[in-house]
Write a protein that binds this ligand. Structure first.
Ligand code: F3S
Length: 650
């Protein structure tokens, strides 16, 4: 809670002078001291003065000896005469500002100028001023009074010193309209205005306002009015005992002001009481305490925290977070409620020294211990590679993962993990030594097992599924289908003959495969790739016509002929009798696997997936080449048919 005391609250200059003078007189004479009317509008102050020997009288005639103190409001002029006649000493404490109005009224009276006083006709100050002009003044307190006033010539308008400017301006204008030759003297005391402005200023900031002063004091009532205009919780009290203290526990800002007649000691009592409440609500701090605080300011190098203590707490950047690279504003914001450790209750400049980092680290350690005990997975950010493994950051706490525990699979370079966050399990925990050892391998193994289980329950024979090529061997490709590896045999990769899987697949390829077979017990899945593409023989009659000449590649040579592939998956047989016009003992004499040749399609049997081809009927030039090669190749020397066919088809 914050307490704001309005400047210029309490005794004004005139009242202060009157009180001081009275105290001095009481101190000197002790008895037969009287005040004509209560010295100020404050019962408590009056009671105290009475205890010191001051008696209040209403009329000079009430006494025949002694001393009479005239209060700051002043008195009618005849009071002086009566006192003089009775030989009673008057101690005149009329405020100089009031005296000035009295003199003005007297001067007007002497010059037959009508005096109009804007003010409360029952207020002693107004009664006093009127007494200086033979009680002839017109006293105006509202518009009706102006209406009732006769039309006047030669008028002087003055104001009660505590009148509001607004009321004075309105009424003096109406009076001016109704009279001729009007002199308007604004005699409102500035002390009142200044006090009211201070009150307004504080009321605008406060959740609650305490206005101290007599219930019958007009200037105090005016302060109450102003406070209510700007603040929803206004408490008008005469003494500290009237304050409902419980109400104030919930207010963050409390304003205090006091009327002109409120003694300083009453104001001080209220302030002290509120400060006690403030202190009651404050915690007592000791080194090592952990308390909650609210962030008040966030600077680049330090953060200021209200810990409900008489002094604010400071957290240096080093004590804010384990992440020393982070900006302070990324860690906390104004208004955040945070737990802090008290490192020192006084840094030499009165501030409390705090640490957030140490509280956070302690909490993290406790959380990690719980995770260790429960076998839970924690997030570990790799921040470096050391001998034998990697170091990790566990929310500000250092941990270690041995190389053997980093992964289920082999990791060639541990540096590649720096910056990565690994889900890991704590396998060793020693809080006292800050020793935390983790394993990511265990988590991976568990994840793999659960993935596998999930995959097995979701796959079935004949299902199409996406996979990633993990490994190629000479007999096929291992493809990961979401946690388990299936094998696509080399014969299942393509409709055409494949010598090596690398001809059709690369490691890392993401492809769709067909599940051909599965055996959960043996953990085997057979996959097919070619099955997801149409078989070329299905479209052979649209793409190939009998008697047409096409090119093909010799893929196999047998005793009775050679197979020529027209496209992957479609090959036909060139019978040995269809190779050349000349006699050939074996097809291999003139043909070679891999060579490209022209062939004529003799017949197509789509149902049986067979095709009869002829080389000798395909191209005369090619025929010539074969013949020549055949005749020159008796001794197995000279250029191969492949060379010459190559020449032909270049
Ligand atoms: Fe005098 Fe002004 Fe106070 S007139 S008594 S100083 S309010």
């Amino acid at each position: 809670m914050e307490i704001i005391v309005a400047k210029n609250s309490g005794f004004c200059f005139g009242v202060k002078e009157a009180i001081n003078t009275t105290m001095n007189v009481l101190d000197e004479y002790k008895e037969d001291i009287y005040s004509l009317g209560p010295l100020i509008h404050n019962n408590q102050a009056i009671e105290r003065l009475e205890e010191l020997g001051l008696s209040v009288i209403d009329n000079v005639d009430d006494i025949n000896y002694g001393k009479i103190i005239i209060r700051s409001h002043g008195v009618p002029l005849d009071v002086y005469k009566i006192a003089e006649d009775k030989d009673i000493e008057l101690i005149d404490c009329t405020c100089p500002f009031v005296r000035k109005i009295q003199k003005k009224a007297r001067d007007c009276y002497d010059r037959s100028i009508n005096v109009v006083i804007i003010g409360d006709p029952n207020h002693p100050e107004v009664i006093g001023i009127n007494g200086w002009c033979g009680d002839s003044a017109y006293i105006i307190n509202n518009e009706e009074d102006v209406e009732a006033m006769p039309e006047l010539e030669n008028v002087c308008v003055v104001a009660q010193t505590t009148m509001t400017s607004e009321k004075f301006n309105n009424l003096s204008k109406l009076i001016d309209n109704k009279s001729t030759n009007t002199e308007i003297c604004n005699t409102i005391c500035n002390a009142t205005k200044v006090r009211q402005n201070s009150c307004e200023e504080v009321a605008k900031k406060a959740d609650a306002m305490i206005v101290i002063g007599g219930y019958h004091s007009s200037n105090t009532q005016k302060l109450v009015e102003i406070s209510k205009k700007y603040c929803g919780n206004v408490y008008h009290v005469e003494t500290v005992d009237e304050l409902p203290m419980d109400d104030f526990k919930d207010y963050e800002t409390v304003g205090i002001t006091a009327g002109a007649s409120t003694p300083t000691w009453i104001i001080e009592e209220v302030i002290n009481k509120m400060e006690e409440l403030l202190e009651d609500g404050m915690v007592s701090l000791d080194k090592g305490d952990i308390v909650e605080g609210e962030v008040i300011t966030v600077g680049e190098e330090e953060v200021v925290v209200n810990v409900n203590y008489k002094a604010d707490g400071i957290i240096s950047k080093e004590e804010l977070s384990s992440d020393t690279e982070a900006d302070t504003k990324d860690i906390v914001s104004v208004g955040d409620k945070i737990d802090v450790l008290v490192l020192d209750t006084n840094d030499g400049e009165g501030n409390v020294v705090l640490s957030k980092k140490q509280v956070d680290n302690e909490k993290t350690l406790n959380d990690l211990e719980t995770s260790y005990e429960n076998g839970e997975v924690v997030s570990a950010k790799v921040n470096g590679v050391v001998k034998g493994g990697v170091t990790v950051n566990l929310n500000g706490i250092r941990g270690f993962i041995p190389a053997s525990q980093v992964s289920n699979s082999f990791i060639k370079d541990l540096e590649t993990l720096v910056g990565e966050t690994l889900d890991s399990k704590i396998i060793e925990f020693d809080k006292s030594k800050n020793n935390i050892v983790l394993s990511r391998k265990e988590v991976e193994a568990k994840e793999d097992a659960s993935n596998k289980e999930k995959v097995w329950s979701n796959i079935k024979k004949g299902q199409k599924i996406k996979g990633e090529v993990k490994r190629l061997t000479n007999f096929g490709a291992f493809i990961d289908i979401g946690g388990i590896d299936g094998l696509a045999h080399i014969s299942e990769l393509s409709w055409s003959r494949v010598e090596n899987p690398s001809e059709v697949l690369n490691v890392g390829d993401e492809i769709e495969v067909l599940i051909l077979n599965l055996d959960e017990e043996k953990e085997r899945v057979s996959l097919g790739v070619k099955q997801l593409t149409p078989h070329p023989w299905d479209e052979v009659e649209e793409n190939y016509k009998e008697q047409s000449i096409v090119e093909g590649k010799i893929v196999r040579i047998l005793d009775f002929g050679a197979f020529v592939e027209l496209e992957p998956g479609i090959d036909g047989l060139v019978h040995i009798s269809e190779i050349s016009d000349v006699h050939i003992e074996e097809p291999g004499e003139v043909l070679k696997v891999g060579e490209t040749v022209k062939v004529k399609i003799l017949n197509i049997d789509a149902d049986e997936r067979k095709m009869g081809l002829s080389i000798k009927e395909a191209d005369p030039v090619q025929n010539e080449a074969i013949k020549k090669y055949s005749s020159s190749n008796d001794d197995d020397e000279g250029p191969t048919i492949g060379d010459r066919l190559g020449d032909i088809f270049k």
